[in-house]
Design a protein around this ligand. Sequence first.
Ligand code: G1P
Length: 290
Amino acid sequence: MPDHAIRTAVIPAAGLGTRMLPATKVVPKELLPVLDRPAIDYTVAEAAAAGIRDIVVVIAPNKLALPAYFTRRPDLERALDLRGKRELVKQLAAIGCGCRVRFVEQVTPRGLGDAIARARGLVGAGPFAVLLPDVLIDAVPGGLGQLTAAFDGKPLVMVHEVDRDEVRRYGIAAPDPRRPGCLLDLVEKPRPEDAPSRLAVTGRYILTPEVFDSLAATPPGAGGEVQLTDALRRLLQAGRPVGWRRVRGQVHDLGHVAGWLAANLAMAGRRGLLPAADDAPIPSAEVAVQ
Ligand code: G1P
């Protein structure tokens, strides 16, 4: 039986974070918190829960806060220990979920496809996962776990349904009506009238090494950037199969202010950090001016 184990995950984190500026001028968007944890923590935890032990994060040269976040701070751990804060020490030591986390630079922001190409030398010869850290999937099993369970050796993309006016923000899947679970086509950020469906790529992929040659041959597409969607489309056009699976769970898009806020509120609700809607105090003008 072929070995379909996925051991490595690539997390592209080199983007400019333009939709969250000025917050992302100094703090990488992957480190913006959802409740008390940076967004990328959820991504790493999802990968680790799917059995991944090796993580490659693609960063821009000015995003050194990311490697710093995954580096132990013995001074801080000692200071907390002296104050008896053992639980916090444990939480700090658990950053990275026991995975080996390595970093590679994308010097020029040429797009998601180009960022994935930078990881070529570190992913090895087998299949690998890609997780976009601005998508938070609240699900058990996790998003990537659902995808690895369905992986049979062919590249796979995870999708979820979006409203018609949202298709222009995503890669959109065209399922093959004759081959269940297989794609006919993929289109990056189409206009609603051109979209082949409302199934948006969720930012979770399992790819095989052949994608690297396809990426190398892919010219810039939507937004003038090299798109992973276009490289997968090239594989489809060359007759290579690419599968799709629908995510089971709640998908949060942290890449824009409203989505990030909605994710915080949903996660806070789940952790019991918010009063139930009926008990919430109604803000009044008098309270506001006091
Ligand atoms: C990227 C991908 C897109 C995918 C989306 C998910 O777009 O290019 O296909 O649907 O992530 O969030 P971006 O959000 O980087 O513009």
